[in-house]
Design a binder for this molecule. Structure first.
Ligand code: V0V
Length: 136
């Protein structure tokens, strides 16, 4: 089952400007930055509260014009691209969702932020929201 909201992912064109905005405006703290070439992103995690227990905002900037984030920005402009939930066992969680007829984007989990294992539910199977599962 799901444990908590891990992060809300927001597509942005300029990562540094977006980090600066969240830090100055809301006092969020940038706890991690990373480049994930497989996912085609440069990303930053900002803790909403004093610790990451309160969930994070994940800022996502495209690495290449063909990446998922570049395509999202072209289509929608900047904005919420995904909601990610923490799970204890991603293999079990994906199996349970497939059992319920949902399409998972990957046959087996891929590498997410900080070595986590991730998979996604297709947005067309989840009321228009790209749902990420994260096993930490
Ligand atoms: C596309 N659609 C979305 C959407 N992206 N709806 C809601 N939220 C989104 N983010 C809609 C789109 O408007 C179409 O609707 C429909 O889905 C199918 O679009 P498509 O053209 O077939 O598919 P694409 O090429 O737009 O790709 C969509 C998917 C792609 C979700 C398949 O973005 C993907 O593979 N995402 C997973 C990987 C990812 O997002 N990586 C970046 C974050 P209509 O027009 O048919 O109605 S990396 C990350 O989160 C990390 C590292 C981490 O957290 O650890």
């Amino acid at each position: 089952g799901l444990r908590r909201i891990d992060h809300v992912g927001i597509a942005v064109a300029d990562l540094d400007a977006a980090i600066d905005f969240y830090q100055r405006t809301f006092g969020m703290r940038c706890v991690h930055t990373e480049t994930n070439t497989e996912q085609g992103v440069r990303e930053a995690m900002l803790a909403v509260g004093p610790t990451t227990e309160g969930g994070c905002v994940q800022l996502l900037a495209p690495l290449t014009p063909e990446s998922a984030i570049a395509k999202f920005l072209d289509r929608n402009g900047p904005g919420v691209q995904q909601v990610a939930y923490t799970v204890a066992d991603i293999d079990a969680a994906c199996a349970a969702l497939r059992e319920r007829g949902l399409r998972l984007l990957y046959d087996t989990p891929r590498r997410g932020t900080a070595g986590s294992r991730i998979n996604f539910v297709h947005p067309k199977d989840a009321h228009g929201v790209l749902i990420e599962l994260v096993e930490v």
